[in-house]
Design a protein around this ligand. Structure first.
Ligand SMILES: Nc1nc2c(ncn2[C@@H]2O[C@H](COP(=O)(O)OP(=O)(O)OP(=O)(O)O)[C@@H](O)[C@H]2O)c(=O)[nH]1
Length: 371
């Protein structure tokens, strides 16, 4: 993979590098004071002070500089943390394992490792501290000098307290930031879900009339028929077509035709029950699925609809329109129990209604009945 250009690399600093720089610089000043107090007590030679200044005042900046320049900044920062602990191991062993100093260096190093590596971080900490001790042991014999004076002990306590405070504050800030991101994601997720629901609804609706479309009919008809069959109930289809609709368009324009289609859709919605399904199949063709309705009742309802539409006046800006409809009725189980066949039966009945002069209801049956 191509690494980002030098300028971009400089500007974007990984959050681990940024956070550790701040924490390392601050806590290392505290450690400089605490360890300096101990060096003062034991009368350390000049090179001890130089090493202390290099490690606790200069090294944090070198570590940051190195990680920031790295191609993989996070990885480089993890190596910095390894180096922190190796150096801590060298200090505690060189000083004869003073208990308080050993405790604060080990506690802070171990916490860091576990936070970034989980349980394995504990093992990594032990390996690194062991390497530090071993390096010193290779150079000088190890000795045992566990005591620190009161001043150094108090400074160690203060340094550890401040380190833990800074650490906890970082954890708090990260938790707050994560909470904000989580809330934002939840908001976006809810929005996506509501858009999906809208899309699903739109995919099933005819945009002009708001009625269901043929796709929805195909989805619901088979299960409705199955339920009726299992309950021994009837289900009726009303296939409705506006008569001479082309004339409406040709005479009054497409917008007037649309108004008639919408008026019929409203009429159908006023006449259906919640369990019925009203669809626009396309053009000027509509379908009503009347749940749990025997054919005779369906024919009566179709007749009521036909009359209501005939009496309806559709007002547009330019004119007032009237139209009629023809309707074919087919019922389950009378005509068929199979969805497609039942639709074909209703279509045949509609065709018969048109053929018989329009503005009428025809029921599909072995002996077709007209009204
Ligand atoms: N305004 C409008 N017209 C439409 C729409 N969809 C289809 N049409 C028109 O509906 C008309 C249907 O005409 P035909 O299929 O010949 O039927 P018809 O004139 O109603 O004649 P019959 O059904 O035999 O009584 C055509 O002129 C189509 O252009 C629509 O969404 N809006």
């Amino acid at each position: 993979m191509k690494s980002p250009p030098e300028s971009t690399r400089r500007e974007s600093v990984h959050w681990t590098v940024r956070m550790n720089r701040r924490n390392r610089s601050a806590s290392y000043v505290l450690l400089f004071v605490a360890l300096g107090s101990h060096l003062l007590t034991i009368g350390a030679p000049a090179w001890g002070w130089v090493a202390l200044a290099l490690n606790y005042l200069v090294y944090p900046h070198l570590a940051y500089w190195r990680a920031r320049r790295a191609d993989d900044q996070r990885r480089a920062e993890m190596h910095n943390m390894d180096a922190d602990i190796v150096l801590a191991g060298m200090w505690v062993s060189a000083l004869g394992f003073p208990l308080w100093i050993t405790f604060i260096l080990c506690a802070s190093g171990c916490i860091n490792m576990v936070v970034f590596h989980g349980g394995r971080g504990g093992v990594r900490f032990l390996l690194n501290i062991g390497v530090g001790i071993a390096l010193v042991a290779l150079a000088v014999p190890l000795h045992w000098h566990p005591e620190t004076d009161l001043r150094t002990t108090a400074l160690c306590m203060a340094a550890l307290g401040l380190y833990l405070f800074a650490f906890a504050r970082d954890g708090y800030e990260r938790a707050i930031a994560q909470h904000a991101v989580h809330a934002q994601l939840r908001g976006q997720f809810d929005e996506i879900r509501s858009l999906q629901a809208q899309l699903r609804e739109q995919a099933l609706r005819d945009p002009l009339t708001g009625l269901f479309n043929r796709r929805h009919l195909d989805t619901v008809l088979a299960p409705m028929l199955e339920r009726c069959a299992s309950q021994g109930a009837s289900l009726s289809l009303l296939m409705i077509d506006i008569d001479h609709f082309k004339r409406v368009n040709d005479t009054h324009g497409h917008a007037a035709g649309d108004a008639v289609l919408q008026a019929l859709a409203q009429l159908l919605l006023r006449h259906v029950r919640p369990q019925d399904v009203a669809c626009r199949l396309g053009g000027e063709e509509f379908m009503l699925v009347l749940d749990n309705t025997p054919v005779a009742v369906a024919a009566q309802r179709a007749q009521v609809l036909r009359q209501a539409f005939e009496a309806l006046r559709v007002r547009t800006v330019e004119c007032e329109l009237a139209a009629t409809l023809s309707c074919g009725v087919a019922a389950c189980p009378d005509s068929s129990q199979e969805p497609r066949a039942l639709v074909v039966c209703a279509d045949q009945a509609l065709y018969a209604a048109k053929k018989q002069g329009r503005n009428r209801v025809v029921v599909h049956a072995p002996q077709a009945r007209g009204f």
